[in-house]
Design a protein. Sequence first.
Length: 249
Amino acid sequence: MSVERLVKRYGQALVLDHVSLSVAEREVVALIGPSGSGKSTLVRCIHQLVPIEGGAVYVHGELQGFERTDGGLRALGHRAIAAQRQRIGMVFQQFNLFPHMSVLRNVMEGPVQVLGESPEQARAYAEQLLDRVGLLAKKNAYPRQLSGGQQQRVAIARALAMRPQAMLFDEPTSALDPELVGEVLAVVRDLAKQGMTMIIVTHEINFAREVADRIVFMEAGRIVEQGPARETLAAPKTERLRTFLSRGE
Ligand code: ADP
Ligand code: MG
């Protein structure tokens, strides 16, 4: 997936200033940067949760949100956009599970309602995914009966149930008590090992160093520095990244 010269404004504020970023298949990118630098906005634009003012987003080479016509670009309709969005899974800081559904139903719902899978097929795959995130034993529980870390693992299983080609994580552990962070990161680490293409917005620098192929550092709506994870974190080239890392923001 990639973005080219992406521009996003909120009112007068230029929140993404011609951002270009290309993520290869099976690559894991950790997106870091100070609060307000545009990290969430970037992943939201990729997932078409917010409209863009300029530039382009591509997933598997396919332009997102628009079609090319003789006269230029024309916005796609809701259905076409929904179909494109399904190909990417997104996990947010807040888990947003359906509170009135069991864990199993939460994971089955999208495949049955949206992908048209049979309940049997959806259930079998949901159980497989819940096993993978270590929560098969909780399949009949309701979200309120789970810890935050468990809810976030269900949210990851739910996203995976849609068989996404890539995953976006927006600070998946920052709403969690410290002791619950590790179990969620373990699931993300496992996904990385299995070759899932991912952009992970995170403040967990140690995790980023270990799991990401590449670090992308944003500030004020721009990518200020990027490079291989270990080298970039060990020896930042810009003063700004050096300062950011030394502050432990
Ligand atoms: P980050 O995730 O790096 O903390 P965000 O992408 O959330 O940064 O925000 C980037 C900038 O855009 C900030 O200045 C923020 O205040 C602004 N912003 C984000 N979302 C909105 C919105 N819905 N309306 C207005 N401004 C917003
Ligand atoms: Mg954010």
